[in-house]
Each structure stands twice: as structure tokens, then as C-alpha cells.
Write a protein that binds this ligand. Structure first.
Ligand code: COI
Length: 354
């Protein structure tokens, strides 16, 4: 398929790179492509970033039939632009889509389209340390229809946003509240899909945590409210004794690409990484016995987010005495060094763009 390109007539001024937050500024161009049962995916185009005009009955707005991804483009010291594991993102996009009855996109074509868009927008990839261009591929159901069924038409789009740190705390330990009243997802649901409803379902618990002075929520499983699943919108890891433990993927946990990178990288360092069920009681017990060394979240946006405090009911535990643990630190630096081209890409994760 040939991608049609329409350039913006005027370009926006670039932002002050020292003041970048997360997800508020968008570049000059975006990618769009449509789906219908008759034509399949068609009309791929790069055009100026613009608001959509849609019927108020558009199905995405009513029933949340949509999926999205998050990945980043990085600028290396030599000025080259590169992506981190983008094929894994498009593969996961299709896995999410299959759970939401959305037709698959051609993953190779989607990556080609993204690279073309990035080549046009390369001046938008920031230069400052720990900044990047966040990429948001998204698919939404577009039938104007109020009955509940899968849509017959869809829009796939990619927008770009220059970003700095995700959390205002930056790479510093955050305070986490264990949610007893709310769960994020349940087995048999769509917890492992990157779909808007999972994020909507997390908001009330997140607000309650904020009201109590906590940054994020630790999610327990939806069946027993005993086993740990995720933290905020990230996967979670525990360092107990010399083992790194992360909840095994069970259908209600998002299969994070940073999660997988942590597991594979730590194993190449000779560390023992175990994917298994881990209960909140086990974590509290490990803290009491002095074997709980570190807790950290992993995700595309923040990469590694150390946890400094955990509150479960009336129990409050402090981890690492306010500083970042050595394993969190090593992983954060190692992953970033690969992403920014400062370290050798031994695991084949880098995709050059331009
Ligand atoms: C991530 O950690 O990359 C996320 O999933 C957060 C994103 C939804 C902003």
C-alpha cells in the first residue's frame, strides 16, 4: 500500500526541551488509515495533526471498543533516531485487537508507516537527556451506531508527543497504596489487552490514593484480592533475597515490553528472575524478616519506577530508606543506555529509523 503524504502548511514552534512533561504537546503530522469490511485497511496517509470530526454516536465513544500502544523514539549522541522493540508493540497491538474484536493490521506495514512519519517529524525528537518522542498508535471503532456489537469500520492512527519524565518525581522512589476496595481487571476479562477501559477502571482507586498522599495504586488480583498484579499502569518487580520476582502473566496482567526487557536483561547478568504468583502477605513477611530489598515498577513511560513506601490497611512499610536500590538503578541505566544508543544492543532490541 502506498502512503499518501500531505504536509502541514505551517509548522509549530518546538517546545523548550528542559520543560517537557508528559503527553501535552503534539507534533505537526500524524498517520491515519481506515478499515471497512469491503476494503479492509485502506487509505494510509500522513497528514497534519488535526482533530477528528465524528458522529456523537461513534461506537468508540459509547462502548470503548479500541486499543492502543505506547513506545518511544530516541535520539542518539550522533543525532540518529531509533526505536526500542517496536515490532513487539505492533504484535501486542494485534493481540489486544483480537480481544476487542478489532481487525488486525499488517505489523510490517504499520512499522513502515511509523518510520515514514518519524522521518518527517525527526526534528521533534528532543535532544535533552531523558527526553524522547512518545508514540501513541491507536485503533478506534468508528461506526455511528448505538447497538452493542463489534463495529464494521475502524480508524488506525499514530500521534507523536515529545516527552520528559512521566512522574513529576522523576527517577525517585514513589509512595504506593495497596488497593483493598478496587481491582483493575479479572481473569477472563481484558486485563492483558491495552484497551482504554482498563485505564478508566483504574481512575477512582488512583484518585483515592492521591487523596491519601500516594502516587499510585498497587493492584491485587480480582478473585482473592491476595496476589499482586500491577502497580499504577506498570508491571511490578520485587527483589527478595537475591531473587527478582514478578507476577506471572495470568490473563489479567498487561504483558509489558519493559517487563520482558527487565527479565531478559537481568538474566543475562546472571540474576535469578522468577515469574510466579506473589501475595501481598509474602511481601510484608519478607519486609519483616529483612529479605525484601527492592520494589520497582516497569513501563515504557517511566522505564523503571522505584517504590519507596507501601501502605496496606494500617501497615506501612518503607523500602530502601528513601533511596533507589542498586538493581533498580542498574536496570534503569542499562535499559536507557540501550535506548539512547550508549550501550551495545546485545539483545537486538534497536530498530534504526533515520
Ligand atoms: C506505561 O508505563 O508505559 C504506560 O502504560 C503508561 C501510559 C498509559 C501513559
Amino acid at each position: 500500500m502506498q502512503i499518501t503524504i500531505t504536509k502541514a502548511e505551517t509548522l509549530k514552534p518546538k517546545p523548550d526541551e528542559t520543560q517537557l512533561g508528559f503527553g501535552t504537546i503534539f507534533t505537526d503530522h500524524m498517520f491515519n488509515m481506515d478499515y471497512s469490511n469491503e476494503k479492509g485497511w485502506h487509505n494510509p496517509r500522513i497528514e497534519p495533526h488535526h482533530p477528528f470530526q465524528m458522529d456523537p454516536a461513534t461506537m468508540m465513544l459509547h462502548y470503548g471498543q479500541g486499543v492502543f500502544e505506547g513506545l518511544k523514539a530516541y535520539r542518539t549522541e550522533s543525532g540518529a533516531i531509533q526505536l526500542f522493540r517496536p515490532k513487539d508493540n505492533f504484535e501486542r497491538l494485534n493481540r489486544s485487537s483480537s480481544m476487542l474484536c478489532i481487525p488486525a493490521v499488517d505489523e510490517t506495514f504499520a512499522l513502515t508507516a511509523l518510520k515514514q512519519l518519524l522521518t518527517i517529524e525527526k526534528e521533534w525528537v528532543p535532544h535533552a537527556q531523558e527526553t524522547s518522542l512518545y508514540i501513541r498508535p491507536t485503533i478506534i471503532a468508528t461506526d455511528p451506531f448505538l447497538g452493542v456489537r463489534a463495529s464494521f469500520t475502524y480508524r488506525f492512527f499514530i500521534i507523536l508527543s515529545p516527552v520528559g519524565a512521566y512522574y513529576p518525581e522523576g527517577f525517585n522512589p514513589v509512595k504506593i497504596l495497596v488497593s483493598k476496595d478496587h481491582v483493575r481487571a479479572v481473569r477472563g476479562g481484558v486485563g492483558e489487552a491495552k484497551t482504554p477501559g482498563n485505564y478508566a477502571a483504574s481512575l477512582l482507586a488512583g484518585n483515592k490514593a492521591h487523596d491519601e498522599g500516594y502516587t499510585q495504586v498497587l493492584w491485587l488480583d480480582g478473585v482473592n484480592q491476595e496476589y499482586i498484579e500491577e502497580v499504577g499502569s506498570m508491571n511490578i518487580f520485587f527483589v527478595i533475597n537475591d531473587e527478582i520476582i514478578t507476577p506471572e502473566l495470568n490473563g489479567s496482567i498487561l504483558p509489558g515490553i519493559t517487563r520482558d526487557s527487565v527479565i531478559r536483561l537481568a538474566r543475562t547478568w546472571g540474576m535469578k528472575v522468577i515469574e510466579r504468583k506473589i501475595s501481598i502477605k509474602e511481601v510484608l513477611k519478607a519486609h519483616t524478616s529483612g529479605t525484601l530489598k527492592e520494589i520497582f515498577g516497569s513501563g515504557t513511560a517511566a522505564v523503571i519506577s522505584p517504590v519507596g513506601e507501601l501502605k496496606y490497611g494500617d501497615t506501612v512499610i518503607s523500602i530502601g530508606g528513601g533511596s533507589v536500590g542498586p538493581i533498580s538503578n542498574r536496570l534503569f541505566n542499562a535499559i536507557q543506555d540501550i535506548q539512547y544508543g550508549k550501550a551495545e544492543d546485545v539483545l537486538g532490541w534497536i530498530e534504526p529509523v533515520c
